[in-house]
Design a protein around this ligand. Sequence first.
Ligand code: ADP
Length: 405
Amino acid sequence: MKLGCIADDFTGATDLAGLLRRSGASVKLHFGLPTKPSDTLTDIEIVALKCRTESVEKAVEDCSLAAHWLIAGGAAQVYWKYCSTFDSTDTGNIGPVAEAIMAITRQDQVLYCPAFPENGRSVFMGHLFVGNQLLNESSMKDHPLTPMADANLARILAPQVKAPVGIWSRIAQKNRSAFPQETHIIGDAVELLDLEFLAKNTPSSVLLTGGSALAMPLPGILGIASTEKSADPRVQDRAVILSGSCSHMTQQQVDLYRQKHPSYQIKPETIDSEEVDACISWMKSLPSTAVPLIYATASPDSVKASQAALGVAKAGEMIEDAMAGIASAAHQLGTRRFVVAGGETSGAVTQALGINEVIIGREICPGVPWVFSAASGDSVALALKSGNFGTPNFFSDALTILEKA
Ligand code: ADP
């Protein structure tokens, strides 16, 4: 194994895995800290954690264990992956985890670049744009757990870290100015070529961190890209769509899918074990060919009202627990295809299904591949979608792509 990656949520990890798989390198994705030794035959191993909104102490502890595990498995380079919208708070984990990994890998600076040009995320003068909007003017301002109120990444990072933060601007890159001296450096990138420039020209003494796209050139640089690709497993059994994301794009995806397919809404204020049972009974009553949508997806006003009534963490937890219970029941019913919207939601569902390890299949859209649990004979197919990824028809597209496999 040559490249080891740590991702702060499950959809982010599948996003990274899908983009790295494009290189033809073999990729294995572990959900949670692996308990077995590393697979030395695999080119790239990714450890997906659910630590984006954990306490700093817990996130640093988990990511440090993952870094040690990857290095023990032969990783020549460790990559720290977080969201392309830099989801974090003043007491967030991106900076502290980077500092901890830097100490473990004995590097002395960190480069941060969440840009993902294919999905409209770009960084210019240290400011993050989503499409043509500054991050804090995009729908990320209303995120239920990590609302983003600033687009200046240096300003977001500064309170999280112990040493100074600088910017490696696109202009400085074009002028081939000296690599910045600060310990923490935000790298500009607005197109793929910029990411390739960053990946190639960042000194090896600097820890690379960012969204999934910055990692894309690494298999080529490390000499593990390949032209051979194996076929995806065939999984055709019952399917379900579970959506706990309240992101703008997910709202459109839910609205469109609901128009032509059976759907069931759950709400933080009313969800309890009886409501979960009612939802499961409803699922059982449907023909096995139906692909139901179960969703908590709601507008920003509705999310705010639920959070005011229950508290932010509690509202999220109640939905995640319910989705986990519904996913387990669906699995018992024979469901083997799960389309899940939302990073935290995907973490809850994957854990409930007891899936620890997956191989990576074909991409549905940039950043969302189908992944398959390695369990032979009874493979589960999962499409784990980050909130704002995909087009409005994503749910139907995902199922169509799998049927064609
Ligand atoms: P995304 O990928 O869009 O960020 P996540 O699943 O990571 O989605 O985060 C969404 C969070 O919002 C989850 O914790 C989820 O349980 C919570 N949530 C879902 N629906 C609601 C709702 N109606 N009100 C409040 N919180 C909600």
